[in-house]
Ligand binder design. Structure first.
Ligand SMILES: Nc1nc2c(c(=O)[nH]1)N[C@H]1C(S)=C(S)[C@@H](COP(=O)(O)O)O[C@H]1N2
Ligand SMILES: [Mo]
Length: 319
């Protein structure tokens, strides 16, 4: 009763200040609706956006943040006055019989003739809390993993990943992005560029080098994540040293996948030098499956899934 009717009141703009406040509200509410709607469309993998979803989403976020800051600045005085005017613990202990509507206020934010209350203020706060808890319970399972995964009713990609060492969520299958078994068959090579002539390795040669392990999840920005998987392969730091660049400041990772989104990424120096940053060849004790990036993929801690390039074909270390 204090927001919705105000959105439709007449005249829409009564003064410059009033107009600016309404504009900031439009950006605040519009911004958050835009973020939710585009975010949900994206986690369902409907790529319907003109241009890059990420760019749109970031711009939307800045619009929302700016409007939010303006809104908080405009309302800070009123918020502090309202919160200081009464004791929170007393409000939370008041039962329904003693719950009374707000007194009328000069701005008309309070309903003129409210119906008798059907819920205490404590109940309203509790309902929001319980709702948040329910959302947590029906999503957390996808990150905790194991049998809990089936409880993740709101996870968009909660389909059964099958069984075996490679049975964890796949973002896009090899078939979907045009990676054929022939591309990654016996003719596949890893090229490592750095100082001096490029070096070329078969998968057998890579497997013969010292292998390192790391337990890391895939955490996709498109609304899902796995629990820790046990990866093994070559440390990116060791590959940098082999390329003659032990202090490499970045590496360009390129996939053998036909050109398209997510086929290349640049990792920074601190990502290369983390001991858990791997060019993984195996996962959970088995060779990578084709869909999880066979013959070799990137896995780096604290890095969104999208940067963990699969079907890696070339690494170019740079100063
Ligand atoms: N070459 C290539 N690598 C890729 C992708 C891709 O489409 N192509 N998808 C990325 C995304 S968005 C995620 S979340 C992870 C998913 O890894 P997974 O399918 O093995 O779980 O791979 C990443 N690596
Ligand atoms: Mo992703």
């Amino acid at each position: 009763w204090s927001v919705i009717p105000k959105l439709f009141e007449w005249l829409p703009v009564r003064s410059v200040a009033h107009g600016l406040e309404r504009l900031s509200l439009l950006l605040l509410v519009g911004g958050v609706i835009f973020e939710f709607v585009t975010g949900i469309i994206n986690i369902q993998l409907y790529y319907v956006f003109p241009g890059s979803f990420y760019r749109l989403h970031f711009y939307g976020a800045w619009v929302f943040i700016a409007a939010f800051v303006v809104h908080v600045c405009l309302k800070l005085g009123r918020m502090t006055r309202a919160l200081r005017s009464r004791s929170l613990s007393t409000e939370l202990r008041t039962d329904l019989a003693r719950t009374v509507p707000e007194p009328p206020d000069p701005d008309g934010l309070v309903a003129a003739a409210p119906a008798p209350p059907t819920m205490t203020r404590r109940g309203a706060v509790g309902m929001v809390g319980a709702g948040s808890l329910l959302l947590l319970v029906v999503t957390a399972g996808q990150s905790i993993g194991g049998w809990m995964r089936v409880t993740a009713l709101l996870a968009p990609h909660n389909r059964d990943p099958g069984s075996g060492p490679n049975a964890f969520q796949i973002n896009k299958t090899a078939a979907k992005v045009g990676v054929t078994p022939a591309l990654v068959g016996p003719t596949w090579r890893l090229e490592v560029h750095g100082r001096g002539a490029p070096q070329v390795f078969t998968r057998e040669q890579l497997l013969a080098m010292p292998q390192h392990a790391a337990a890391l999840p895939i955490a996709c920005v498109e609304g899902w994540s796995t629990d820790d998987q046990h990866w093994s392969g070559l440390r990116l730091a060791d590959l940098a040293a082999m390329a003659g660049m032990p202090d490499a400041g970045s590496v360009l990772v390129q996939s053998i996948q036909p050109p398209g989104p997510f086929t290349r990424v640049v990792l920074r120096g601190n990502q290369i030098h983390d001991p858990r940053a791997l060019l993984a060849l195996r996962v959970n004790g088995a060779h990578l499956s084709l869909d999880h990036g066979y013959p070799a993929r990137i896995i780096v801690p604290a890095n969104p899934g999208v940067n963990n390039t699969k079907w890696v074909h070339r690494l170019t270390f740079r100063a």
